[in-house]
Write a protein that binds this ligand. Structure first.
Ligand code: GDP
Ligand code: MG
Length: 228
């Protein structure tokens, strides 16, 4: 047996253990009536920026909270805490600098949150388009962000992130005129890896796509509430 073949059963066991805790998290979210949205992307695609603009735009008394994962620093939590919502920062440095959040890390973070007082909980995952896609946290939906500065081909290079996601947010659309970027090629690559994936093309700075994103969130929350 090679090292590589020996590693596969170990990874399977890790994922199975993760899934058990994810189911437990899912039950807790359902009991508390909170909708959980997990944002996944490469570093710098715009997850924190999107949350900075989403939190003040929430209407109808929606009570939101955020769990932020990073390898080091509490910078994102500090950026988000000014919006007067509960923010829990997880720095994975303490767990060997893990490149993703796992269901057990979320379970731990929940100790610092009053779930019953929330309607919507965002998870900003560690910046990485690979591992976060593999781990179920018990969330209602994963959202994959992809910025135009990363190139058109990332959906076919990192297909899993776009296959497990329920929405793709293409960020920094305002930068397209400054790049040699083929929007149609990116759209075709996304279509190839997941033909059913809805897409919002967004610019925080022009406001493009923000209404569509807020509408998607509202629908997701309504559906989560119905499921109970
Ligand atoms: N031009 C442009 N820049 C953006 C947009 N969204 C985010 N950014 C910039 O992208 C950089 C990284 O954003 P950040 O939210 O920290 O990314 P994160 O690592 O995914 O949380 C920041 O300098 C943001 O200002 C956008 O729509 N257009
Ligand atoms: Mg961030």
């Amino acid at each position: 047996m090679t090292d590589a073949t020996r590693r596969i059963p170990v990874i399977t066991r890790i994922l199975e253990a993760n899934d058990r805790v994810a189911d437990e998290n899912r039950r807790r979210f359902a009991e508390a009536g909170v909708c959980v949205v997990n944002l996944v992307s490469s570093p710098g695609a715009g997850k924190t920026t999107l949350l900075e603009h989403t939190l003040p735009a929430l209407r109808g008394g929606v009570r939101a909270g955020v769990i932020v994962g990073d390898i080091a620093t509490t910078r994102d939590a500090e950026r988000l805490a000014v919006h007067d919502v509960p923010v829990v920062q997880i720095t994975t440095e303490a767990f060997g600098g893990s490149c993703h959040l796992e269901a057990t890390t979320i379970r731990q973070a929940l100790d610092a949150l009053d779930l019953d007082s929330l309607d919507l909980l965002f998870v900003e995952n560690v910046g990485n388009l690979v591992c976060p896609a593999e781990f179920d946290l018990g969330e209602h939906a994963k959202v994959a962000l992809l910025s135009v500065t990363e190139g058109e081909d990332k959906p076919i290079k990192y297909p899993l992130a776009f296959q497990v996601a329920e929405l793709a947010v293409i960020t920094k659309i305002d930068l397209v005129p400054h790049l040699r970027y083929d929007l149609d090629a990116m759209r075709a690559f996304l279509e190839k890896v997941n033909p059913r994936l809805p897409r919002v093309e967004m610019s925080i700075y022009t406001g493009q796509g923000l209404d569509a994103w807020m509408a998607w969130l509202e629908e997701k929350m309504a559906r989560a509430a119905k499921r109970g």
